[in-house]
Design a protein around this ligand. Structure first.
Ligand SMILES: [Zn+2]
Length: 184
């Protein structure tokens, strides 16, 4: 039975290591955080538990990134891809791309969108979420500014008319994630 106990001890040790790694905020697997939303404040400005909302909204933003890009306006996707290529030190993912009516209703109900006629419906808008060094989504304004600068530069180079949500009048910080094709 000694061998069995030894095996159990090794498993318990491995579990402890994984728990420790997640407590330290380190990523147990290459480039992928244990919880991609672990950096989001647990409670939002309306007193809601918001991490479950993020998980429902986009269960795997890193894993779904390419599929989301493939579903939006190709000209907008080209701007995103150029911004990625030209800024290898800056990591970001699509938080929301094309939305079907059901998803847009969720966005409206949650207060994450204010307009039923969002350009997300046609794939002419994309929300980009920066990742921190641990691969977790972060809404750090400085990182958002860098994403916006990278997107504006790429759009200019490709001749794509781009509008950034950070300039929309009366919008809150969350819309600093939003980019759309202007008058396409
Ligand atoms: Zn948006």
């Amino acid at each position: 039975m000694r061998g069995l106990f030894e095996h159990a001890g090794i498993v318990a040790g491995a579990v402890r290591l994984l728990v420790l790694a997640s407590l330290l905020g380190g990523s147990a697997t290459a480039g992928r955080a244990a919880d991609v939303y672990g950096n989001i404040p647990e409670i939002d400005d309306r007193g809601r538990e918001q991490r479950p909302m993020f998980r429902l909204w986009n269960p795997d933003p890193i894993g779904n990134h390419e599929a989301h890009l493939a579903a939006i306006n190709p000209r907008l996707a080209a701007v995103v891809r150029k911004a990625e290529r030209d800024n290898p030190g800056l990591r970001f993912v699509v938080g929301s791309g094309r939305r079907d009516p059901a998803l847009q209703r969720v966005a409206l109900a949650w207060g994450w969108s204010r307009t039923p006629g969002s350009l997300h419906a046609t794939g002419d808008a994309v929300d980009l979420w920066p990742l921190d060094t641990g691969g977790r989504v972060t809404f750090d304004p400085a990182l958002q500014d860098r994403v916006a600068a990278a997107m504006k530069r790429a759009a200019l180079d490709l001749g794509v008319p781009l509008r950034w949500g950070g300039h929309f009048r009366g919008y809150k910080g969350r819309d600093r994630s939003h980019f759309e094709i202007a008058g396409d």
